[in-house]
Design a protein around this ligand. Structure first.
Ligand SMILES: [Zn+2]
Length: 106
């Protein structure tokens, strides 16, 4: 497996050009790159593996929290859960922005 990300053709959310970039992965699994055309720093939605694991883990932690409340031993969701939840929310907003940017017209 290659350690370096392969170049990808992505749409810049700033200038809406298609650019060939090597996105870097952030701590939470978002892809970021600097647009070679307008040099804006762009954040892309989560890579699919991260999104999938967050989507699996988040309901489990939420369920455990509910069970904890029910049996009277509340489980305090870890900071990891807060990050995952934030990542999913941010991801949703980014996907929406990306769809708007990829849409032709205007
Ligand atoms: Zn750009």
């Amino acid at each position: 497996m290659a350690s370096e990300a392969a170049p990808q053709t992505l749409v810049c959310l700033q200038c809406r050009r298609e650019v060939d970039v090597k996105p870097t992965l952030t701590f939470l699994g978002f892809q970021t790159f600097q647009c070679p055309s307008c040099s804006a720093n762009i954040t892309y939605p989560l890579v699919p593996q991260y999104r999938k694991s967050y989507q699996i883990a988040t309901p489990i932690v939420a369920l455990m929290t509910l069970i904890g409340l029910w049996i009277g031993k509340p489980l305090i969701p870890g900071i990891g859960f807060v990050f995952m939840f934030y990542a999913l929310l941010r991801d949703r907003a980014l996907v929406r922005g990306l769809k708007a940017a990829s849409r032709p017209g205007a």
